[in-house]
Ligand binder design. Sequence first.
Ligand code: ASP
Ligand code: MG
Length: 418
Amino acid sequence: MEIFKFGGASVNSVERIQNLGNLVKEYGQSPMVIIVSAMGKTTNALEKVVEAFFSGKKEEAIQLFQAIKQQHINTTKYLLVKEFNPCFAQLSDFFTEAEWMLHDQPVREWDYYYDQLVCLGELFSTTIISFYLKEVGIPNQWLDVRDLIRTDQNFRDANIDWEISTNQIKQQISKYPKEIIVTQGFIGATDENESTTLGREGSDYTAAVFAHVLDAEKVVIWKDVEAVMSADPKVFPEATPLPELSFQEVLEMSFYGAQVIHPKTIQPLFKKGIPLYVKCFTNPNTAGTVIHKKQPKELPPIWVHKKSQVLLELKTQDYGFVGEAPMRALYNWLENIQAKPNLIQSGAISVQLVMDDGSRMEKLAQIAGSLFDVQVMKQLELLTIRNYTDELIEKYAANKPILLIQQTPKTVQILYQS
Ligand code: ASP
Ligand code: MG
């Protein structure tokens, strides 16, 4: 059993869906499960529909939805001949469901509507792709993942009920032992059949859940990059493809802010030792990256660069030491507002936090004022180098107005003004 996952960029046009068909023909073999995200920027577009709907702009919401609907119909027209009618019928059911909702008034919370509407992106894309594969002679079974992945009611960031999901996945998939299954990433459903989503960019995670439950041999994530890179090539000329990474290294990289793979993806694979391959969908013959349990012997330096950083300096109001109580309060606030600082450093009477600029940072600055004197410094950049060398620090720190350096034998973080 193999799991293929295609992200939004790999299905964002007629040509790319045709390319997906070729990849499945060439590299796929049943039994397999294909997990797909929403096409291109559909999720963002659906978020706009939710915003309009929830702020009472019904007409605008309906108009925005019409545009998304039309885009998908156009793609379907280009791709399908024989299969056009059944595909259109299935899409129409989803369209109607959404339009019904949009004609109502919102009576429940934002997050609930978000999930009911945003989940459609994946339902549309997989419907089109499943019929397209049939059209080009690749038999497959489309499944509604909401019958397979059971979650709690924590809309927008739902937690998977592993026991029920495992049973449902095994039971449903075993009905089609020889088929290619096509289903949605990112979404699930509650025990009351309400749709839920697993957090933005959550399709990788879905692929890992299926792999775990089905004891897959491997997961292949098809991306628009040659491999996982050691840095953003647009910023760092030293960037090189990384042929091999350990699960732990990927977690470290995403902890420091690299957007490699959704970090939730790692645990289900790690537990069963299932390797994850990142392959390039436009150039499948390049080696790509394998992520597995084994620690590669040697890794080159890996850079993570974050812009729009903010330094919060929290000083105790009475010049008391920053002891357990203030730290406990700080971590409680962080948990409550679900903020993850990119760096924390504490001294005698102050704590320094580096965070992404945005509403979470604002909130923290505000709450922290109850216990600390708070100073905020904006427009900073944070450079993290794993496996650094002294030469690299020198090279990148030279001539920069540095505010803070944090260093361990493996990782250095440098905060400086833009
Ligand atoms: N379509 C969702 C998103 O854009 C999930 C994903 O792409 O993984 O966040
Ligand atoms: Mg995506």
